[in-house]
Ligand binder design. Sequence first.
Ligand SMILES: Cc1cc2nc3c(=O)[nH]c(=O)nc-3n(C[C@H](O)[C@H](O)[C@H](O)COP(=O)(O)O)c2cc1C
Length: 478
Amino acid sequence: MTIRPQDLGDPSFRSDLGLEYNYLAGAMANGIASVELVAAMARTGMLGFFGAAGLSLSRVEDAIQRLKSEVPNKPFGFNLIHSPNEPRHEMAIAELFLREEIRLVEASAYLDLTLPLILYRLHGIYRDAKGNVVTPNRVIGKVSRIEVATKFFSPAPERFVNELVQLGKLTPEQGKLAALVPVAQDVTAEADSGGHTDNRPAITLVPTIIALRDRLQAQYNYSQPLRVGAAGGISTPASVAAAFIMGAAYVVSGSINQSCVESGSCPTVRKMLAESGQADVAMAPAADMFEMGVKVQVLKRGTMFPMRAQKLYETYREYASIELIPAPEKAQLEKTIFRSSLEEIWEQTKEFFIKRDPEQVTRAEKDPKHKMALVFRWYLGQSSRWANSGEPTRVVDYQIWCGPAMGAFNEWVKGSFLEKPENRKAGIVALNLLHGATQLMQFRISSLLGLAKQGNSSPLPVEFEKLKEQLGYAGVPA
Ligand SMILES: Cc1cc2nc3c(=O)[nH]c(=O)nc-3n(C[C@H](O)[C@H](O)[C@H](O)COP(=O)(O)O)c2cc1C
């Protein structure tokens, strides 16, 4: 018996999405999941999601055109991210995807569903000649919580469907069909990961979401059965094998792809990631939901970002306005973190928001605490930009989203050609993980059956030429 990488996971997922392997590279904000990364995944017979979060409409539009010309007729997707602070932007992105006929999105950061998401999902829904309900647009929901998974696996809420019918975006007939399909046929259970995370262990989250899927499939009896994927910690043959053995239809990686050559990050960041261990990560305040105390998982080795961001959060909590921060404390922030006066930072912040969202400025001028939040969020926003662009004077402030998956991967590839970040091509990394997972599964099954000796062998990464031979692989990972 031979287990092959192309057999791992749910076969209906592969055929529905046009993939050779049930392996996905999750979106990474600000184009870190770049056109090059998404194209590399597509060429390898896998799926990547462009990191649209944090980018302007025109940057996203540009990425769409580039992907359409670089990998025509191959599957790729985009991130549709919940933007509670910018609902108009979320709608504009959804409408852009509709105009450009982007057929697949990874929907993330949703705690509740929104009108743009439902519009995207239901746009063009129809009943075909055989009586099947067809939805041209596919949503893969990414969640860390059972309540949110329930919403994705259920039909769209009636209030949104009615609103879309009233707005003329759906016909009344389409509105009725909405009750027959889930918002997302596929939901990724996101365990402890880089970026936004609830830090749940995959071995507890994945089975829970799978059990939920079974209950909701029985309840709604959808003609196309629901599926669950696994994300968070996917970075070694063992984690990939474990996810598939737990019943994941597909796996999604994230942190490891940022350290690959195609990522939209910079060489310094790739090197920092490649040198990190599993414990070199920390939770730090998030730029987008700073005031609410939401956190993201970031690299802590080689950067002071987590400490400095935490200091800003504590200062924000303690004082009602910038003016009430004691002078020595304010001077310290200006010297170490901002390298400028807070008044100067406010001027820059104001200029930014006047173009992007002028209501923020009006609010800040009335509410000094909001003004302080916007000024502090300047640092949280810039620190990601400095990391992506490789700003040499701000290495200690780099905000690098990263989960323990990165350290586990580094440990696995130690001593192999994948140790150096310049050799890490996302397609080759992914093929090695799948290949290693099949070897590991085979070994474990054989030893359980008493056909091989027990041991701790972990398959080592294999160079592409050799891998090609072993897999009989015809793809072209670029
Ligand atoms: C640098 C970075 C940026 C990310 N940005 C996003 C994002 O914008 N949208 C999103 O849905 N997920 C984002 N993620 C999460 C990944 O898509 C993926 O789900 C996650 O990283 C998987 O867990 P892992 O980091 O343990 O591999 C990001 C992850 C990283 C490491």
